[in-house]
Design a protein around this ligand. Structure first.
Ligand code: 6PG
Length: 228
């Protein structure tokens, strides 16, 4: 497994700017981009749309989705639509949404079919305070799944709705993994993910790109427990 390069910046705005720049670089290179949900990346998505408004060479995927309709306030697709897709001048070549409204198992099957053998380039990942990434929560069977690319799962945290998530081997096979993290609530998870031995208790500690780079861009508050 590769090491993780940790880039610690002053505050959430600086994290958003740096992540947006990485996204813009990927857009310029025509790489596929796997978006993450949650609240942290919203500002990065808005900045990425401003820096790189033409996504006509980019295929967009999601690392996970909540089992709600796409216009629900908890939809990861919905968040990305508002913060990123609706702001582009040229839409992506393809938008591969996870159809959470189908229910977790049918949606996972449909997403797996959609994925086929597609190689994913840049995968963005947030981290939960419990150390989850995508919808791979500590203690849930989905963390152990190796024979599927996408899998349905129960939630481990709010919002308490079923999820669909990429499985660990799919994440590890990505060309590049970029963690996007800010805020003191993540400090302990950051320590467990990047400074402690890998463990299924902290799914984020198990995600490293097998043959590409893995980077974490985080603010000082999130890095508080790993900085001297
Ligand atoms: C989800 C996410 C999830 C998220 C983390 C961090 O669907 O909830 O994809 O893995 O990235 O929970 O979320 P915040 O940025 O909101 O803290």
């Amino acid at each position: 497994m590769s090491d993780v390069e940790l880039i610690v910046l002053a505050d959430p705005a600086a994290v958003a700017e740096a992540v947006a720049q990485r996204m813009a670089d990927a857009v310029a290179a025509g790489r596929s981009i796997v978006l993450t949900g949650g609240k942290t990346p919203e500002q990065a998505y808005e900045r990425a749309a401003a820096l790189a408004p033409d996504w006509s060479g980019v295929e967009v995927w999601w690392g996970d989705e909540r089992c709600v309709p796409p216009d629900d306030e908890n939809s990861n697709f919905g968040m990305a639509k508002r913060a990123l897709l609706d702001r582009l001048e040229q839409p992506p070549l393809a938008v591969h949404r996870i159809e959470g409204e189908l229910g977790k198992d049918a949606a996972a099957d449909a997403y797996e079919q959609e994925l086929g053998s597609t190689a994913l380039d840049l995968v963005l990942l947030g981290i939960g305070p419990d150390g989850h990434i995508a919808s791979l929560f500590p203690g849930k069977p989905a963390v152990e799944v190796t024979d599927r690319r996408a899998v349905g799962t129960e939630p481990g945290l709010e919002p308490w709705v079923d999820r669909v998530t990429l499985a660990l081997p799919t994440l590890r096979a990505a060309g590049e993994i970029l963690f996007v993290i800010s805020g003191e609530a993540k400090a302990d998870a950051v320590r467990r993910a990047f400074a402690w031995e890998p463990s299924p208790e902290t799914p984020a500690s198990l995600v490293r790109a097998e043959s590409g780079r893995t980077t974490a861009i985080l603010d000082r508050a999130a890095a508080a427990a790993i900085e001297a």
